[in-house]
Design a protein around this ligand. Structure first.
Ligand code: GLU
Length: 492
């Protein structure tokens, strides 16, 4: 890979002696998010532009929410988009392991180092004590819920509590007065009043690090030169800077990319747009169209052309053409681009894409058992399975309402269904059925009524094959999108 120093930008400096090492650091706590692909694209193209390295790190220190399925789905989805990495948990690399749960000893060691240096301290507050503190601090109009009462505990007292085996966390000592200024590469200096910053917990009482400690320690140990991440992390950056100072380390360059927005300018969310990469794959979006679309989120080509490949983006890439106004994640635009790419494919190439999509033997073999008993001619197969390949046409609102249920009641039920779908991890018929039956109890709806709503929404027909097998075949991401669409249709 060659570097292109002539394109080094003033806003995001690159040391010619030190090719960039950048990373994405997703938490494996849900479906692979389109925002992860957006951030990955800009990290990758920047690294490649300057002959650097793009790393994938898994931030799975939230043990209650992280799952191996989610991690596997992130790998799969990013590879589908074509955003592959040079170092990561699955491909290895010189500074691994690349999964935070395998690096816990490093965080503990580093927390201890800060305690020994007087930059951090042990806080023995119990949950009840913290609750009480929160209340009094609020009454007093204090800026922080934590009153720092363990910050200057005499050493002998700390030793006594430790000897007693009292559970404790490790907190960072933040300066109490003055200001912290971060240098943000695209925005310049951003100043925070220190009295707004709390003594951040670094290590929890179970010995697990918080995001802040693990993130900074890993960025340092992995030699990260540029932290390129979403705008929502700007408020964390002064804490990170403070950690770099406490360790005596040179901070990396910080670059925060603008948040993707829905058409109404609100932050992109699954309530308004599908956000799972799996949805876009199943919905028939081509990865190169998605990359093109994401490349236009805040960034433009020198000639402002809308259609460009990854290679073209790479050729012209500089953060100097990053615009900070919230880019709109406009699905009509994505469809338009996708159409352009589709029409460029020669018939045999298009056939290959169709086969790689849902017309694979593997998927057809999953579909066949669903309709085998319900067809008399081969030609029946197409109409009987159309809802598995394309989006069912929305029905008139009344058709979704079970007898005796109002639109408002059905809307409520759809909200609960959407929630169930969002939270359901193992997308398989039997556990899905159990979950939906439990939901009937909660909502006090007859299974027959609730299932008919789910069936109509998911398949567009009252006469589809067994419901939960059908949901399994549609997949979580598309079921989610169909439920959201029905929610917009069946208004209270
Ligand atoms: N684990 C964080 C996330 O889920 C990483 C943020 C960062 O890049 O520092 O996005």
């Amino acid at each position: 890979m060659s570097s292109h120093p002539e394109f080094d930008t003033s806003r995001v400096p690159v040391d010619p002696e030190r090719p960039p090492r950048v990373r994405i650091a997703p938490s494996p706590t849900g479906d692979p998010h389109v925002g992860t692909a957006y951030i990955a694209l800009f990290n990758k193209v920047f690294a490649e532009r300057h002959g650097g390295t793009f790393i994938l790190r898994i931030e799975d220190t939230d043990q209650t929410r992280s799952t191996p399925e989610s991690e596997a789905a992130i790998f799969r989805a990013l590879r589908w988009v074509g955003l592959d990495w040079q170092e990561g948990p699955d491909v290895g690399g010189p500074v691994g392991p690349y999964r935070q749960s395998e690096r816990l000893h490093l965080y503990r060691e580093h927390a201890e180092r800060l305690v020994a240096a007087g930059e951090a301290y042990r806080c023995f507050a119990t949950p009840e004590e913290l609750e009480e503190m929160r209340r009094t601090q609020k009454e007093r109009g204090a800026k922080q819920p934590y009153d720092r009462r363990y910050r200057d505990l005499p050493a002998a007292e700390v030793a006594r509590l430790l000897a007693e085996g009292r559970p404790h966390v490790v907190r960072l000592k933040m300066p109490l007065t003055g200001q912290t200024t971060i240098h943000e590469a695209l925005r310049g200096e951003i100043t925070f009043d220190n009295d707004q910053l709390d003594d951040q917990i670094l290590l929890k009482s179970d010995g697990f690090p918080t995001y802040h400690l693990a993130n900074v320690v890993d960025d340092r140990l992995m030699g990260i030169t540029h932290v390129i991440r979403a705008e929502e992390w700007i408020p964390s950056t002064p804490k990170h800077l403070r950690l770099y100072q406490a360790f005596g380390w040179e901070p990396p360059v910080f670059v925060h990319l603008p948040l993707l927005r829905n058409n109404d300018k609100t932050k992109i969310s699954k309530r308004k747009n599908p956000v799972s990469l799996e949805y876009y794959q199943a919905a028939g979006i081509l990865p190169e169209a998605l990359v093109n679309f994401l490349g236009r989120m805040g960034w433009s080509m020198p000639d402002e052309r809308e259609k460009f490949t990854y290679a073209e983006m790479l050729e012209h890439f500089t953060f100097d053409r990053m615009h900070l106004g919230g880019p709109i994640f406009d699905l009509d635009k994505l469809d338009w681009l996708n159409g352009l790419y589709l029409r460029e494919l020669a018939p045999d190439a298009l056939l290959a894409r169709l086969r790689a999509w849902l017309l694979s033997d593997e998927y057809l073999l999953r579909v066949i058992p669903l309709v085998r008993e319900r067809i008399t001619r081969l030609s029946d197969f197409i109409p009987k399975t159309a809802w598995l390949f394309g989006e069912p046409t929305p029905l008139p609102v009344e058709s979704y309402l079970p007898k005796g249920k109002t639109a408002a009641e059905t809307h409520e039920a759809l909200l609960a269904i959407a929630d169930l779908v969002d939270k359901h991890a193992s997308w398989q018929a039997a556990p899905l059925e159990a979950a939906f039956r439990a939901l009937c109890e909660t909502l006090a709806w007859k299974p027959k009524d609730l299932f008919s709503v789910v069936r109509l929404v998911a398949t567009g027909s009252g006469a589809a094959p067994p419901l939960f097998d059908s949901l399994e075949a549609i997949g979580k991401a598309r079921t989610q999108a169909r439920v959201r669409q029905a929610l917009a249709l069946v208004k209270p």
